[in-house]
Design a binder for this molecule. Structure first.
Ligand SMILES: NC(=O)C1=CN([C@@H]2O[C@H](COP(=O)(O)OP(=O)(O)OC[C@H]3O[C@@H](n4cnc5c(N)ncnc54)[C@H](O)[C@@H]3O)[C@@H](O)[C@H]2O)C=CC1
Ligand SMILES: O=C(CO)COP(=O)(O)O
Length: 342
């Protein structure tokens, strides 16, 4: 009999990952709070967030968490970041001790500024701490669900755990690498969403590829600056979950964060833009968390800072662009500037 995996969260990413696991011969059960989502998957074999794609009939969904995790060798947590603590609390009641936990959510928790694996570790019993592996990378659900070639990373300090998750998801359409630096992987994934909102804003203002390249390149510089301060390895930000995910999110038609930014750049308020979104744009909440963390640690994050001010302080995006362009003059590579006292 095939092994079972429970996917916690039947949104676009949860459904795409569920299909990958189904293709890899797992019996998959999706858990979602929304009866409507569960009915779509069970009765119509679709997820309305992923139009034009028929899901495998064997993919089952439920609103009963206990039923979903019963007998599962792994649970994949893929609810929005604001729901992870609640999902983890609920999971703590029903999870069997030897179950692997995969965290596929991208964001930082508001107020605590914790990474998602840290939130899970706080709420699950202590024996799960080493069993939490982060799965992340440049991977829009809209393409994964169509089996387009995609690369992601399974991150856990424990090599065996990372490899188990690599084996679970890897196939000829989804290539999975491992990386012990879960801190860097999670921070890259969370902060790129803020820069992607910035890329959307720039596009909504009518700016083109030059501004985009500037945002991506200077964006990864400030993501790395924050990450290294918080204990990540600098090289992780040159990889799939750093630069890779930043590129895909800043440039893709599928990105929810970029789309939200575009609406704001084109003149809508944050409330109007959010009202028009069905799916989660994680960068909004993360912008607040990162603004506060950067302030606390004294880290210079000029782009994230401007995105925060546009989102939460009604700053005119054109003024933000001007302020970014007119910052004090700098050496491009700060490590070299320090080394050579430039
Ligand atoms: N959509 C994508 O292409 C990708 C998304 N992600 C990340 O995955 C996470 C989820 O994103 P999406 O699937 O796009 O979100 P979504 O907005 O499409 O769906 C979220 C789903 O979670 C459900 N939900 C909310 N709270 C829940 C709870 N406590 N228990 C169970 N279900 C709950 C909602 O009913 C909804 O069906 C986000 O952190 C996102 O950044 C990561 C990679 C790709
Ligand atoms: O993380 C993603 C792709 O890797 C999805 O980004 P969006 O949430 O902006 O769609």
């Amino acid at each position: 009999m095939s092994k079972k995996v429970a996917v916690i969260g039947g949104g676009s990413w949860g459904t795409a990952l569920a299909q990958v696991l189904h293709n890899n011969n797992y019996q998959v059960q999706i858990y979602d709070l929304s009866q409507e989502k569960v009915d779509e998957i069970n009765q119509d074999h679709i997820n309305s967030y992923l139009p034009d794609v028929k899901l495998p009939e064997q993919l089952k969904a439920t609103t009963d968490l206990k039923e979903a995790v019963n007998g599962a060798e792994a649970v994949v947590v893929v609810v929005p970041s604001h729901a992870v603590r609640k999902a983890a609390k609920d999971l703590a009641e029903v999870l069997e001790t030897d179950t692997l936990v995969v965290s596929a959510t991208k964001g930082l928790e508001e107020n605590t500024y914790l990474r998602m694996s840290e939130v899970l570790a706080q709420e699950l019993p202590a024996e799960f701490e080493d069993k939490i592996t982060v799965l992340s990378g440049p991977s829009h659900a809209e393409e994964v669900i169509k089996n387009h070639p995609t690369t992601v990373v399974a991150a856990n300090e424990d090599k065996k755990m990372a490899q188990q998750v690599q084996d679970m998801f890897m196939n000829d359409q989804l290539r999975v690498y491992t990386n012990p630096d879960a801190v860097g992987v999670e921070l890259g994934a969370a902060v790129k969403n803020i820069i992607a909102i910035g890329a959307g804003i720039a596009s909504g203002l009518g700016y083109g590829d030059n501004a985009l390249a500037a945002l991506v390149t200077r964006g990864i510089t400030e993501i790395k600056r924050l990450g290294v301060e918080l204990g990540a390895k600098s090289m992780t930000f040159a990889g799939l979950t750093g630069l890779g995910d930043l590129i895909v999110t800043c440039t893709s038609q599928h990105s929810r964060n970029r789309r939200l930014g575009y609406k704001i750049g084109a003149g809508k308020s944050l409330e109007e833009a959010l009202d028009e979104m069905k799916m989660v744009a994680e960068g909004v909440k993360t912008a607040k968390a990162v603004y506060e963390v950067a302030e606390k640690h004294g880290i210079d994050m000029p782009i994230s800072n401007q995105v925060y001010n546009i989102l939460f302080n009604d700053k005119d995006p054109r003024q933000s662009v001007n302020d970014l362009m007119m910052r004090g003059k700098k050496h491009e590579i700060e490590e070299v500037a320090k080394e050579q006292s430039w």
